[in-house]
Design a protein around this ligand. Sequence first.
Ligand code: URA
Length: 233
Amino acid sequence: MRLDKFLCETTDLTRSLAKKALHRGEVSVDGEMTKNPAVQVGEGSAVDWLGERLTPFGLRYLMMNKPPGVECTTRAGRYQTVLELIDLPKVERLHPVGRLDVDTTGLILLTDDGQWSHRVTSPRTRCPKVYLATLAEPLEGGELDRAIDSFAKGLLLDGEHKPTQPAGLEALSSERFRITVTDGKYHQVRRMFAAIGNRIDTLHRESIGPLVLDPDLEPGECRMLRDEEIAAF
Ligand code: URA
């Protein structure tokens, strides 16, 4: 590829800033300073900018502990976005894998690999997603038994034609529940509790398939996925 394109792909420079950097003599290819933006560079080329070796990013995969009040979107809007919390070059190339509501916290994956993201979110993958919910109203006794049964059989949510896939409901107390769903409808978990006459106060995602939120990540922090985590999908 052209040297100016390579500079844009591997740094925060725009095309015109890359040309200016070249013009100032800040760039060398295989040890030779060059000012020519059209020079062709390839995988074997050693490109340095201001004395630092530049390497192509390749595809990137991250997990974040999403804090409340942050939106899973790539576009600026009313709320801060997950991308605005990430301190990496070319962050705009990443997208969140699926969505969490603005008030939902916990595990969100981000990548620039569209195929990988499709594998994670595709309904065909039937990937279990595990959530912790605090309810507005206690749920116990016979009502809890009926809720477990309804979740397991599938619930017909408002505005849907098909019931939800069988879901797990585990009581941790009369207000705290662990929920496992394999589909990913809009506001699914909140709507499932609405369908049984309750309401969610807080919702937190613990895991997506084999990927569990890293306990070392504070809200708002993210880390790159390890090779085996990427290969899990
Ligand atoms: N279900 C919801 O209702 N909200 C989320 O953020 C995720 C799952």
